[in-house]
Design a protein around this ligand. Structure first.
Ligand code: GLV
Ligand code: MN
Ligand code: MN
Ligand code: MN
Length: 402
């Protein structure tokens, strides 16, 4: 499976992946998914929000067990964030078939569309639409960096944007969702375990800061006469680090847009996007409020205006305790001596976090020896990936088979 998936959307220079929603690379990933489904005799289905499903058993029956992840990437992302969950799902099904497992519940493998939000700025668009936490109107307003709207991009890719919207009937048929994912930190490396179970996802959000000053000549404008928005922006970046450290949170300015973006022009606009996350809501609120105050103070000192827009927010997700315990029980039982399966929280967002408000949901993490993610250097060893597949197969067997 990897052999066919690896080359899709991979940049030759950076070796990172550029698989953005509704682009040619995304279409190739979708084609790959469809081929995997068809080759296994599964019933292939594209839902109203562009998520792909591969069904073993009746797609309209109740109490389905669903597994899967996403195939899109961040800019220059790694090979595992998303794809490991989808590849492992197909591999786990192959494993169950070789065990001649008898299914008592329908099983589906899903590829959620636009998980990373790399193109339209909002993460988990496919699952948010399905869960009804992103309205159709709001989705229609999403625009990429070239001014192409989401519905237009879908249309260009051959999909019907008219159809998008909440899908409660589909969610009501799902009895459990389990997403396997490469770990995006080093907890498993430090504990020495190949596989872990997720406890929670930290609350997290994205905020856009617009610093507006005055464009002017870089050579002839006296320093005292400038209204340069780059200065309060730079100070705000430093404040973000300081405030996050004080509150025990994380805060990142990873994306910036400058106008007019000329080497010899003082900027008129500096737009910076803040991503901030923390283990609890209070720490996150404290951090973002302090960064906002710093931005206003620095902007005022430089004669610059600043405005702040919250572009997305996901509250804390506490994964289903009963399902979590069930996973621990299944994984502990299947091996001798029992597999030690740590339970860990994460600062990364996932479709599982969106589904968790409507469906009993759990996650498995596979060890990442460096913890590096959202980078071409992201890695998981083959043995650990196989341990992940076996764990997922055990879980699916425990949930969906006699
Ligand atoms: C998605 O991977 C996110 O956590 O931003
Ligand atoms: Mn990611
Ligand atoms: Mn992911
Ligand atoms: Mn993600």
């Amino acid at each position: 499976m990897w052999r066919d998936l690896h080359p899709i959307g991979r940049d030759k220079d950076t070796t990172g992946y550029r698989r953005y929603a509704w682009t040619a690379a995304d279409a190739d990933c979708r084609e790959w998914f469809k081929e995997q489904a068809t080759a296994r005799g599964l019933t292939y289905e594209l839902d109203r929000n562009g998520n792909q499903w591969a069904w073993l058993g009746d797609p309209t029956a109740a109490n389905a067990v669903v597994t899967g992840s996403h195939l899109d990437s961040v800019p220059d992302g790694g090979a595992f964030d998303g794809p490991l969950g989808v590849v492992s799902s197909f591999a786990a099904l192959d494993e169950l078939r070789s065990r001649e497992a008898e299914f008592t519940r329908p099983l589906a493998i899903v590829n959620f569309g636009d998980e990373e939000g790399a193109r339209f700025g909002l993460a988990c668009v496919g699952s948010r639409l399905t869960a009804g936490v992103l309205t159709r109107e709001a989705a229609y307003g999403l625009t990429d960096g070239d001014g192409v709207t989401l519905p237009r991009a879908m249309e260009r890719a051959g999909y019907d944007p008219e159809a998008i919207g909440p899908d409660p009937e589909r969610l009501a048929r799902i009895g459990a969702f389990v997403e396997l994912h490469v770990e995006q930190g080093r907890a498993l490396d430090l504990s020495g375990d190949p596989v872990g179970i997720a406890s929670s996802i930290w609350p997290h959000g994205r905020w856009r800061f617009d610093f507006r000053g005055e464009a002017n000549h870089a050579g002839t404008t006296r320093l005292a006469d400038r209204r340069d928005p780059m200065l309060p922006y730079a100070e705000t970046v430093l404040a973000a680090r300081r405030e996050a450290r004080l509150a025990g949170a994380v805060a990142t300015f990873g994306k910036i847009a400058v106008e007019p973006n000329g080497v010899n022009a003082i900027p008129s606009l500096v737009r910076g996007w803040l991503d901030s996350r923390a283990a609890d809501q209070d720490a996150l609120d404290t951090t973002v409020t302090a960064i906002e105050k710093a931005a206003h103070d620095y902007a005022r000192a430089h004669g610059v205006d600043v405005s702040l827009t919250r572009e997305s927010f996901t509250p804390i997700v506490d994964f289903d305790h009963a399902l979590r315990d069930e996973l621990t029980r299944i994984l502990g039982k299947e091996t001798d001596p029992p597999l030690r399966v740590p339970v860990l929280g994460t600062g990364a967002g996932h479709d599982a976090g969106i589904l968790a408000s409507s469906v009993p949901t759990a996650m498995l993490f596979v060890r990442n020896p460096t913890g590096v993610s959202h980078s071409p250097a992201e890695f998981a060893a083959e043995d650990d990936c196989l341990a992940g597949v076996r764990a997922l197969a055990d879980v699916l067997e425990g949930l969906a088979c006699t």
